[in-house]
Ligand binder design. Structure first.
Ligand code: GTP
Ligand code: MG
Length: 197
């Protein structure tokens, strides 16, 4: 898919105020600092569209972007941010889970996982929750440029194996680097395919 236009639409915490659910929507989620906002910018080739930071906890709202005036891309706040209070975390949980379970035009959730790390409990639990809810999701491993391909592949294999304890099958997996623009075409092609159906 060729991205001709990518524009910011709105930021929200209230799911009742989100843009009209008239277009297909794709959400990007994962631990704080995993690289959600960077991946979105790399995908649409527009630096600074989604705000990024070295400090975790940068994205705090549900951010809608419209791509090619045809579909929505959504940048979400990260989970598992240690510096936040218990109250904040509970609030995040409530509003993100409400968004994920109630958004009728949500086609697919891209769960981002740091390719440098061994499987993390918080990511596995989140995938399991999506599975329990019957929400379709795909896995995107990020920051591939930060270590060897062998190391990324090992971590991906371990994650797959851990998921197979809960799931009969594992969803599609993408290995990406926002820095090197690796894996962007594959994600866009997948979205294109879903949009056509
Ligand atoms: P929150 O909004 O805080 O949840 O974080 P996020 O998941 O949106 O992460 P963000 O895109 O802000 O990136 C976090 C940090 O990781 C930034 O310093 C990015 O430059 C860096 N980063 C993201 N993707 C990559 C990548 O593919 N390669 C490298 N080397 N760094 C990356
Ligand atoms: Mg972010």
């Amino acid at each position: 898919m060729f991205v001709k236009t990518a524009e910011f639409i709105a930021s929200n915490t209230d799911v009742r105020k989100l843009p009209e659910p008239s277009l297909p929507e794709y959400a990007f989620i994962g631990r704080s600092n995993v690289g959600k906002s960077s991946l979105i910018n790399a995908m649409v080739n527009k630096k600074g569209l989604a705000k990024t930071s070295q400090k975790p906890g940068k994205t705090q709202l549900i951010n809608h972007f419209i791509i090619n005036k045809d579909w929505y891309l959504v940048d979400l706040p990260g989970y598992g941010f240690a510096q936040t209070s218990k109250k904040n975390r509970a609030e995040w949980e409530r509003f993100i889970r409400r968004y994920l379970t109630q958004r009728e035009n949500l086609q697919c959730i891209f769960v981002l996982i740091d390719s440098r790390l061994e499987p993390q409990k918080i990511d596995l639990e989140f995938c399991c929750w999506l599975g329990e809810q019957g929400l379709p999701f795909l896995l995107v491993f990020t920051k591939a440029d930060k270590q060897s391909g062998v190391k990324s592949d090992q971590n991906i294999a371990k994650f797959r194996k851990a998921l197979l304890a809960w799931f009969e099958d594992v969803p599609s997996i993408f290995l990406t680097s926002a820095e090197k623009k690796q894996g962007m075409e594959e994600i866009l092609a997948t979205i294109d395919e879903i949009n056509k159906n």
